[in-house]
Design a protein around this ligand. Structure first.
Ligand SMILES: Cc1ncc(C[n+]2csc(CCOP(=O)(O)OP(=O)(O)O)c2C)c(N)n1
Ligand SMILES: [Mg+2]
Length: 278
């Protein structure tokens, strides 16, 4: 990725963070921490890696994306809106009655959402199905997914890990958002996970460890993943929950709590953005 592209992506990620904060403050509920930890990955996917067209969201040849940790919907909605799948103003209707943007992504209602998620543990299996279908249909699309580190406490993740390796899903690229926190606190305290890298390797995956906020590292990892044709790739993305908003970083309490307007203004200022009219 050249410097120009890198700067462009950094700018979009910053703008996305501001929209995440605004939409959560308007909704008065939602999940800021995990949305901010995966937004650099989402920005990279939608603005550099994925073959998607907002004017043709159901193109059978498009790349697919499954947000397995569906509670981070505000991050997905933001990149979809900035990409042009629906108007940005819709983001301020997050979680409102009648809005297409509910607390968890609805593939039937939201243009660009490929899978309805939110019940943790299921998204990786959905991504497996899409990737297997792509192989059977001899299509060359890639399926991307993001799972949470807390989400790996769901047994279905490990069933899906077995399945993806068994079917040699080389067209599946998963990210593990390794922010060390889930709803109740530190992953290590709630359910110690051992070593994710070794675990996924043992399940037959191609595994790459990166800094999940380094867009250049994300780019290199995805390129390496695409070289691997016979095994799924798990990119262990080392991230910071709440990344970019200092008072939210590493704080479990910001898992599922919206900022007040005053906190939102402070967060937006920290991000270097503005919120006109508030
Ligand atoms: C099956 C299921 N059980 C419980 C929940 C409630 N829940 C929502 S988010 C969350 C914690 C997720 O932690 P993690 O995967 O680490 O997400 P992140 O840190 O990226 O926000 C839980 C338990 C859920 N959505 N689905
Ligand atoms: Mg987590």
């Amino acid at each position: 990725m050249d410097d120009k592209k890198l700067e462009e992506l950094k700018e979009i990620a910053k703008e996305s963070r501001v929209w995440i904060i605004k939409s959560l403050a308007e909704a008065k509920s939602g999940h800021p921490g995990g949305s901010l930890s995966c937004i650099d990955i989402l920005t990279y996917l939608y603005f550099h890696a994925m073959n998607v067209d907002p004017t043709n969201p159901d193109d059978p040849d498009r790349d697919r994306f499954v947000l397995s940790k569906g509670h981070c919907a505000p991050a997905l909605y933001t990149v979809l809106a900035l990409k042009g799948f629906f108007p940005k103003e819709e983001l301020l209707k997050l979680r409102k009655l009648g809005s297409i943007l509910q607390g968890h992504p609805d593939a039937v209602k939201v243009p660009g959402v490929d899978a309805s998620t939110g019940s943790l543990g299921q998204g990786l299996s959905i991504a497996n199905g899409m990737a297997l279908a792509g192989k059977l249909d001899r299509k060359d699309y890639t399926v991307y997914t993001i799972i949470g580190d807390g989400e790996t406490e769901e047994g279905q993740i490990w069933e899906a890990a077995m399945t993806a390796a068994h079917y040699q899903l080389g067209n599946l690229i998963a990210f593990l958002d390794y922010n060390h926190l889930q709803i109740d606190g530190r992953i290590e305290d709630v359910m110690g996970n051992g070593n994710f890298t070794n675990r996924f390797k043992a399940f037959g995956w191609h595994v790459i460890d990166i800094d999940g906020h380094d867009l250049q590292a994300i780019d290199e990892a995805v390129k390496a993943a695409k070289q691997e044709k016979d095994a799924p790739t798990m990119i262990i993305a080392h991230t910071v929950k709440g990344k970019g908003v200092k008072f939210m970083e590493h704080v479990a309490d910001w898992h599922g709590k919206a900022p007040s307007y005053e906190q939102a203004l402070e967060a937006i200022q920290l991000l270097g953005g503005t919120w006109e009219g508030k």
